[in-house]
Ligand binder design. Structure first.
Ligand code: NDP
Length: 500
């Protein structure tokens, strides 16, 4: 990284964030001129007043998206064209990564180091990978007798609404937008109200890369207005949502009360990090335990906050994880030396601190951490020991840097407690015994299981949740592209030619 603290601050001071919606290839104010404020969580200062899109703006974007879809300039184009545009977009994101990373950092409170990793490497990789997939996805021919030829073909599903969270603003946009565009769909994006700026900049780059007008629209706004208008729109075919389980449920209701659109959901979690009694408490294991909880300030749906550690190891584990937690540098997100930035809003900071108070009052032992000094919304990583499965902090998703250690006795108790949750997004298991690892992986009802290392996988591997963490839809991998494709059977009757 070439950014330093000073150069990142200098770049932040020069930024002129886009504050208008992107509809049908043009940036415009919301109808009626409504706006909302986006705030820098590290300072509490207003960065910009951004267009707040209402129903009329969503209607306008859907009309443009449908027109573009029916025109076919994108939806029916040769897949090589979509590939070329997405590869160009990947290059443009790489070329502008530092500027967008600084923008993302001031808008979200995430560290500039994390933002640069996501925006310089992961986001372009998504556009590249799905761009490459566009001309490498084949249909099928079903087995028939000679009297027929049965083709099974995939077609772009239509107009897609993507409703995003604030914890990985541009990365979540790329997770969904790259496969949807590669499939040939027209797309509307609603970024989270806390973090609209990087996605608006991405729209500008997408236009530069050659995405035709109307194919991509970005509608900043609030959930109850913009999000709901997308969820209820009668001419949107699919919604893909990442966020809370509660709001995921609203989208199912919106679909039921409008046009029965398909709804793909990626929601919350309360994921376990399981250390069986045969695991070696290496530095690597401790690093994974700490990062699985504190990466992105714990504002991560797959964060492993329930750390189920065999009772024989729990004391040493607690001691070493606490030491590691204390070593995180919390503070100015624009300083590359910082490991954990600010919580996304004051309200969220208060919510997380409410859980810390609850943990203490319900009898968990606070080993380290708590609210750090302002004016931004900072929290030093928190470690609790002595959790029991019924405690609030062992059951509810906190979405902040609050790790809880729960001692367990043996593999079956670990499995039972790990499964005792409404969620099923992710789990990590540490053991030296391959048979026990596979037993756990098969029995845990989660979308992703990491063995001997915390990981969400990568662009090639599907990501999503069991139970209340998700629907059958998956982000990432070829499975993500399937979400945005319809399947059509073309049955051709074949007569025997005369004279044969
Ligand atoms: P939400 O589920 O409230 O928000 C996610 C998206 O849905 C945002 O774009 C939001 O808009 C929109 N939305 C909110 N309310 C509605 C509504 N009534 N109708 C339509 N759309 C709506 O998550 P939050 O950002 O508020 O975070 C709350 C909790 O959700 C977190 O603490 C965490 O537990 C969980 N979460 C999980 C994430 C994950 O990755 N699975 C990511 C983010 C949050 P707006 O921004 O205006 O609210």
């Amino acid at each position: 990284m070439t950014l330093t603290r000073d150069s990142a601050h200098a770049l932040a001071a020069r930024l002129e964030p886009i504050d208008r919606a992107f509809i049908d290839g043009a940036f415009s104010a919301a109808s009626g001129g409504a706006t909302f404020e986006t705030i820098n969580p590290a300072t509490g200062q207003i960065i910009a007043k951004v267009a707040h899109c209402g129903t009329a703006d969503v209607d306008r974007a859907v009309i443009a998206a449908r027109r573009a879809f029916n025109d076919g300039a994108w939806s029916r184009a040769a897949p090589e064209f979509r590939k070329d545009v997405l590869l160009k977009l990947a290059d443009l994101v790489r070329a502008n990564a530092e500027e967008i990373a600084v923008l993302e950092s001031i808008d979200s409170g995430k560290t500039v180091t994390d933002c640069l990793h996501e925006i310089g490497r992961e986001v372009p990789n998504f556009f590249q990978w799905y761009g490459e997939l566009a001309d490498k996805s084949f249909g099928k021919v079903a087995p028939t007798g000679e009297q027929a030829l049965a083709l099974i073909v995939k077609e772009p599903a239509g107009v897609v609404g993507l409703v995003l969270p604030w914890n990985f603003p541009l990365l979540m946009a790329a997770w969904k937008m790259a496969p949807a565009l590669a499939a040939g769909c027209s797309v509307l994006i609603k970024p989270a109200e806390q973090t609209p700026l990087s996605v608006l900049r991405l729209a500008e780059l997408a236009q530069q890369a050659g995405v035709p007008d109307g194919v991509l629209n970005v509608l900043p706004g609030l959930g109850e207005t913009t999000g709901q208008a997308i969820g209820r729109h009668p001419d949107i075919d699919i919604v893909s949502f990442t966020g809370s389980t509660e709001v995921g449920g609203y989208f199912l209701r919106y679909a039921g009360e409008s046009n029965l659109k398909v709804v793909g959901l990626e929601m919350g979690g309360k994921s376990p990090f399981i250390v069986l009694d045969d695991a070696d408490l290496t530095d690597d294991l401790i690093e994974h335990a700490a990062m699985s909880a504190f990466w992105n300030g714990g504002q991560n749906c797959s964060a492993n906050m329930r750390q189920l550690v065999d009772a024989s190891l729990a004391e040493e584990f607690a001691h070493r994880v606490t030491a590691r937690a204390k070593a995180f540098v919390v503070g100015d997100p624009l300083d590359p030396a910082t490991n954990i930035g600010a919580m996304v809003t004051q309200e969220h900071h208060n919510r997380v601190m409410g859980y810390v108070d609850r943990g203490s009052s319900e009898g968990a032992r606070l080993l380290t951490g708590g609210a750090a000094g302002g004016p931004g919304y900072f929290i030093d990583p928190v470690v609790f020991a002595g959790l029991t499965p019924d405690m609030t902090i062992a059951r509810e998703e906190i979405f902040g840097p609050v790790l809880g250690i729960l001692p367990v006795r043996g593999i079956e108790e670990a499995l039972k407690i790990a499964c005792d949750t409404d969620y099923g997004l992710h789990a990590t298991v540490f053991t030296r015994d391959i048979d026990r690892a596979i037993h756990m992986a098969r029995r845990l009802p989660c979308g992703t299981i990491s063995i001997n290392g915390f990981s969400e996988g990568d662009v090639k591997t599907p990501f999503g949740g069991y139970k209340r963490s998700g629907s059958l839809a998956r982000d990432n991998g070829t499975e993500a592209m399937d979400q945005y494709l319809q399947t059509k059977t073309i049955w051709i009757s074949v007569a025997r030619p005369a004279g044969t």
